[in-house]
Design a protein around this ligand. Structure first.
Ligand SMILES: [Zn+2]
Length: 485
């Protein structure tokens, strides 16, 4: 007799294989067995008629380092659980919460919230995260930009050899503590002066253990080809798997170029491990950078420390009201965050559909008026792109959110401490499970109402515990800190 039975489910197991009808049984925090439908027996039964049962989704691109430490109220909607996300990769784009103790961090580190940087070591952060019992499972990356702010006194210069060695020692210590890899973001001011050689030196410890490096490219506009080549050079020199962050093309002149950038990635993939993540929207979001205004159709303010009341407003509309040039207004609002409408939908579709692409939200949980990707990315891929637009099958959509992601980040391995493998519905795997209605699942968050929970995600289990029911949090502390195996 098992603990829990999902009876008569349409099982999509994460591998990309065609769905089948089955009974899935759970014991404790693991999947115990899969039976032909009608044969499963358990103390508790969930009837799954018409529902899809899939592995919990893995959000490979998050900035949830601080969000995970916050307690979650029962009955509230949680941006991750309400989408069916059960595991997040934190610390992307070069920005990790540890190891750095600082009261006054430069942008873009402030995307993690004010006064959050208080961890002297990566292991201190992981210990506090475990004590906080997060809502989702967490796999943490250490960020190169955070290390630069810690070790490089003047970030407008390339790091010295000594500073590179100090950063590399912190990377090694983080890996030893359980970090899953390193992220970089040389697009952003505190890391722009970093050379290719600096990144290679800092990332050196990854090679021996095959931990991935995730890279926010130096340029996602006119110079994207060179930026891609730089990323490939870093991955090859270090000898570790490479994940290209939120692959996209910015600015009208670059629309349609994903056909070329994707063939560059395919070419590189013949010689090295490389993949991408992508969020399903044609607008991006990051710190407000005046130089980005001209290349955008519209810009929306997500927060502003100088004028907090403008969060959610269009920069262009606001500038017209005030009789100012948008660029000048942008300078007045800083420090601030923004959504930029500067991508082309055809590029989004082509990149999202590519077999090397994983789904990641890149959501920014501390923004007052965040990009809707924070609340909608995963149901949007299932509803808008798979069911409505038929960009790919439901099986493929789920593969890009589960088994493929788990394999690329090493979440598919079993740990010595009893840590289970994730990313598939199969006996022995973690009981991270999502049950959703394939006929209704979709995002509801918009640029005007960005925190509206998605629909159709009926049940979410994290480590065998019911974490969310119809979008409402039932158990906000079922997640675990995962350690790289
Ligand atoms: Zn990011």
């Amino acid at each position: 007799m098992h603990d829990l039975l999902f009876r008569h489910a349409r099982l999509i197991d994460g591998t990309g294989a065609a769905s089948r009808t089955a009974d899935v049984c759970v014991d404790g925090d693991g999947i115990a067995a899969i039976y032909p439908t009608g044969q499963g027996r358990a103390k508790e039964t969930v009837d799954c008629d018409g529902m899809v049962l899939a592995p919990g989704f893995i959000d490979v691109h998050t900035h949830d380092d601080a969000l995970l430490l916050q307690s979650v109220n029962q009955g509230s909607a949680h941006p991750k659980l309400s989408q069916g996300v059960t595991t997040v990769i934190t610390g992307n784009c070069g920005v990790s919460l540890a190891p750095l103790q600082s009261r006054d961090v430069p942008a873009p580190l402030d995307i993690l919230g004010a006064d959050a940087f208080r961890f002297a070591s990566f292991s201190d952060y992981l210990a506090e995260l475990q004590a906080a019992q997060p809502a989702c499972n967490a796999a943490a990356l250490i960020g190169h930009t955070t290390l630069r702010v810690k070790h490089v006194s003047d970030t407008s210069h390339e790091a010295t050899q000594q500073q590179c060695e100090a950063m590399a020692r912190d990377v090694q210590a983080a890996l030893d503590a359980g970090a899953f890899g390193l992220s970089t973001g040389v697009y952003y001011p505190p890391a722009r002066a970093a050379t290719t050689q600096e990144m290679i030196a800092v990332a050196k410890p990854l090679g021996a253990v095959q931990a991935p490096i995730t890279m926010h490219l130096r340029d996602e506009a006119d110079a994207i080809d060179d930026a891609l080549r730089e990323a490939f050079a870093v991955g090859k020199a270090v000898g570790c798997p490479l994940v290209l962050s939120h692959h996209k093309l910015i600015g009208r002149a670059n629309h349609g170029r994903s056909a070329q950038t994707l063939s560059l990635v395919e070419e590189a993939a013949k010689q090295m491990s490389v993949c991408m993540d992508c969020y399903p929207y044609d607008a991006s979001s990051t710190m407000l950078l005046p130089e980005r205004v001209a290349s955008s159709r519209d810009v929306r303010i997500t927060w502003s420390r100088a004028q907090s009341q403008v969060a959610g407003r269009s920069l262009m509309e606001l500038a017209a009201e005030r009789g100012m040039a948008p660029v000048e207004l942008a300078k007045e609002l800083m420090p601030a965050g923004a959504v930029y409408f500067a991508m082309d939908e055809s590029d989004v579709r082509r990149i999202l559909a590519h077999p090397l692409t994983l789904v990641g939200s890149d959501g920014l949980a501390h923004d007052e008026s965040p990009h809707p990707r924070l609340w909608g990315s995963f149901p949007r891929v299932l509803g808008r792109y798979s069911r409505e637009q038929k960009l790919f099958s439901l099986e493929t959509a789920i593969h890009k959110m589960t088994a493929l992601s788990a394999r690329r980040f090493g979440l598919d391995r079993v740990g010595k401490n009893g840590q289970r493998a994730r990313g598939q519905i199969a006996p022995g795997m973690a009981a991270d499970i999502v049950l959703f209605d394939p006929s209704t699942v979709n995002d509801q968050a918009t640029y005007d109402a960005p925190t509206t929970p998605s629909i159709g995600i009926e049940r979410v289990y994290v480590n065998g515990r019911l974490a969310a029911l119809n979008g409402q949090t039932m158990d906000g502390h079922a997640g675990r800190v995962l350690h790289r195996v």
